[in-house]
Design a protein around this ligand. Sequence first.
Ligand code: SAM
Length: 390
Amino acid sequence: MAYLCLMNDRTPFFDKFSESFNNDTFVKITLSKPAYKSDGLLNIYVRQVEIKGEPMLSFTYHYQTNDQVKNYNLEDAQEEIKEQLNGKFRAAILFTLEEDFTLQLSKKGKVSTRTGYPSFKNKPPQTHDKPKTKRAALGKYLTLLGVCDESGTVIPKMADKFRQINKYLEIIEGLIKNTKLPNEARIVDMGSGKGYLTFALYDYLVNQRKIDVKITGIELRQELVDFCNETAKKCGFENLAFEAKPIEQYNKKIDVLIALHACDTATDDAIYKGLKSNAELIITAPCCHKQIRQQLKGKEQESPILKYGIFKERQYEMVTDTMRALIMEKHQYNTNIFEFISNEHTRKNVMLVGTKSKKKPDTKSIEEKLESIKKDYNIEYHFLEKILEV
Ligand SMILES: C[S@@+](CC[C@H](N)C(=O)[O-])C[C@H]1O[C@@H](n2cnc3c(N)ncnc32)[C@H](O)[C@@H]1O
């Protein structure tokens, strides 16, 4: 009886759901606030897809360590959501082109609803994507690096790392596709750390894609270099090697330069090496933007935009990386800055990528832009500019 009564309270949600589905204004549904986290199911996303010409609803069950996808017709989708809201999840939002409709259930089962302005102006594409293939094949290297256990299952506390690896490979896949690499392309990963992403890249390119590359990891810390070289040997990764040295001392030819989360100006040192070597691709995920921050110390009061701590940090990051991008453009690279992996998983989530261009840059206009940023933010110099001048 209580269940029926509660279901009546929820009727508007389901009416709006079917109405939006039928009049083609449905965007998506999210179910969140799991009542029990013990089964690892964190949320469910529902989107519209087309299967064999029929509109269907695709449910992505987002677990702590993996995602599962199931497809339903409207009627079964309604039943499935009712089932999930009957004790498993306590919040659902229906997004349509007309409104956002939120349904909340208190711990005692009391229903409250809220209508808001629509978050979406357009419907997303309805092509039926296959569940995303994991590019990081669950190989031995993941076990040796502590991402998977002996049975090859991702260890729960390493789930974010596994996601990051897959996202990284997805990005690499797109970048490599559009880049003409020579045979035995020399890929150098600067600041390779424990090598998670270096090993994943090697396994993906050499073992899965059968691309002939030689990958070198450059890392300051001898113990990490020894560990990575031993691991490469155990995996039989013949063309993967690590060298213990500062980035500044690497002087061989580079076709693809990678620097992921290399601390502060180590990113500049790495970009410098890529630029000097005329690398086809420069892939960086900058972090700890201290160099510009330190120069601005004490000058923050002059700019209202630097008044609030959180915005100040973001400004430093944006200014530092925008200047890096402009400097790369000045050296005849097309640049792109985008989110690497969602904020939810890590703060270090921005990628700055440069691809060698055939078109000569407008050097003068780029220099003017750099000067104008420096003037606006009271910046004396950018580290990358400075080392390039020498
Ligand atoms: C935060 S870790 C990132 C590791 C890896 N790239 C990743 O994204 O998982 C940064 C690594 O860069 C190394 N590093 C920092 N400055 C360096 C330099 N100038 N030369 C070589 N390695 C450096 C550090 O020792 C550290 O292991």
